[in-house]
Design a protein. Sequence first.
Length: 396
Amino acid sequence: MDEAMQDDGLDREACRQAQVEAGALVRLGEAIRTDIRAGRMYGASVAVARGGRLLYHAAIGEAAPGRSARTDDIYLLMSLSKSFTAVLVLQAIERGWFGLDDRVADWWPAFGAAGKQDISVRQLLTHCAGMPTGLMPPVDVPPAQIGDLALFAGALATLPPLYPPGSQVFYSPTAAYAVLGQLLVLTDPQGRAFRDIARQQLFEPLGMRDTSFGMRPDAARRVPMSYTPAMSTLEGQAVAGLLNHVLGERAELPAGGALSTLDDVLRFAEAMRQEGRLGDVRVLSAEVLREACRSHTGSARNMGWEGYRQEYGLAETPAHYSLLGGQVRGEGQHLSAAGRFASAGAFYSVGRGSTLWMVDPERELSFVFLGAGVIEGLAHTERLSRLSDLVTAACQ
C-alpha cells in the first residue's frame, strides 16, 4: 500500500487532487461492511483510481472464515477472466492470426459440425453464436476435466447451436470463450499453450505478477470460492466444490479460470482506461480498444436476463456486450453493474457472484471489487450497481 494511504485505505490528499469526495469512498467501505454484517459475504479487496491516482485501496473483512482479508489475496475471477481472453483474441486479430468476422470453422474445420459452420469470432465474443448457456454444457467430459481445454473445446465442437447464430444474444458462461481459447491455441504461430499465450502477451507485459490461468504452485494466498451460510445453496456449493477442485496448475478455463489480485486487476483496468496502454507498454492499439469497448449488440435484449425480468418485473435489459469480455453501461435507466449514474460509455466485466472491474473513461475512473463469499445472480448485479453508484457519486 502507498505510504499516503490511511488505515481506512483512503488517500485523502490524492482524493483532493483528483477532485473526489473522500467521504463518499468511506461510505463505499461501510456499504461493504454492511453486507458482511448481514452475512451476505465474508470480505473484499477494493480499489478506486481516478486519472491514474490511487484513491482507495482496502481489504475489508475476511478472505475466508478466520482469515483476515489482505490486498494481496489471490481471487478466482470467474467470468471476469473473459476480459483477459478477449484481449488475447483482439491481439491475435491485430497480428493477423485470424479476423474478427472470420468463420471459426475456416481455422478449425471440426468446429463447423452440426450447423456451426458460419459462427464467427465476433459472435463468440458477444454471446450471439448459439453456444450452450449453462455452466456445464451437455458434453461427454467429466466435470473434473473441464480444465483440459483441448478436451473440453473438442467436445463443444460436436454440439449443434442452441439457436441460429446471430439471431439473439444469450450469455454463454463457459462454452463460447472455451472455443475462443482453443482457436488461439490452434492459430498461434509459436504453438503455445493457452496459459502461456496469456502469460507472455498480457500478464507479464502489464506487470500482473500474481495473475495466471490455472493455480500456480506458489499461490498460497488464494481465496477459496465459497458462500456464507446465509447465501449457500446446494447448486452453489456444488459449483464451488467443482471449481476449487479442478483449478490445478494445468487447468485452462478461458471463460472463468483466471486467478489474480486487486493490484493486478487494477493494472489491467487502467490499461483499458488508457486505450490499451500502461506506462510504456501497449497491449492493444488505441483504435482497436476504442472499437472494442463500445456496445456491439445494439438494442438487442439480453435473453440471459429473461428469467429475472419475468420473476421480478424488471424492465427489458439491453445486452450491450462489448468485444472486451463484458458489457457497456449504455444510455437510459436500467440495471447495470456499472450503476445508474456512470457515463454511457462506461465499460466493465463481471465474475459470477464475486468480482468486477469497471472503467468510466469520461470520468477517468477505474473501480475494482473482488469479493469473498459469492452472491448469486440478480443480487450480485444489484450489489455491484449500488457500489458503482457510490464510486461515481464521489467524483466532483
